[in-house]
Design a protein around this ligand. Structure first.
Ligand code: HEC
Length: 104
């Protein structure tokens, strides 16, 4: 059933796909934003780069695909022991993509 709905979404929502990378179609941005706030991603990044921390996100650096972005979030999840479920990782990566990396 889920797969079926996903297919409908893929074929029917051409406009929406221009906004967000296909990897993140199912991502819940509200969950992603909540997880970013709860896990103090920005606090730690600010210690490193200052400002509001977002300078750490470098779309022109080594993270240069949506898959690599999600992989990086998964890596942090493992390293920092955040206990994300796969959909959590996806949601966080989706928010970062929407706000910073903008991979299509
Ligand atoms: C304990 C500190 C710390 C915490 C907490 C932390 N990060 Fe990071 N993060 C870093 C550091 C340091 C780097 C830079 C690593 C480097 O440049 O080699 C980084 C880099 C990244 C990058 C890669 C940026 C780029 O474009 O190269 C992403 C994506 C990222 N963090 C996501 C997150 C997310 C999402 C969270 C919260 C769930 C998080 N981080 C929490 C320290 C942290």
């Amino acid at each position: 059933m889920r797969k079926f709905l996903f297919l409908i979404f893929l074929t029917g929502a051409g406009m929406a796909s221009a906004q967000q990378h296909p990897l993140f179609k199912d991502a819940d941005l509200n969950v992603g934003e909540k997880l970013i706030a709860e896990n103090q991603c920005n606090e730690c990044h600010i210690r490193r780069v200052g400002g509001n921390g977002s300078a750490i996100y470098n779309p022109k650096g080594r993270i240069n695909t949506a898959g690599a972005l999600r992989g990086m979030v998964e890596y942090c999840n493992t390293e920092l022991n955040l206990g994300f479920f796969p959909e959590d990782t996806n949601a966080v990566a989706a928010v970062l993509n929407k706000q910073h990396y903008k991979f299509r």
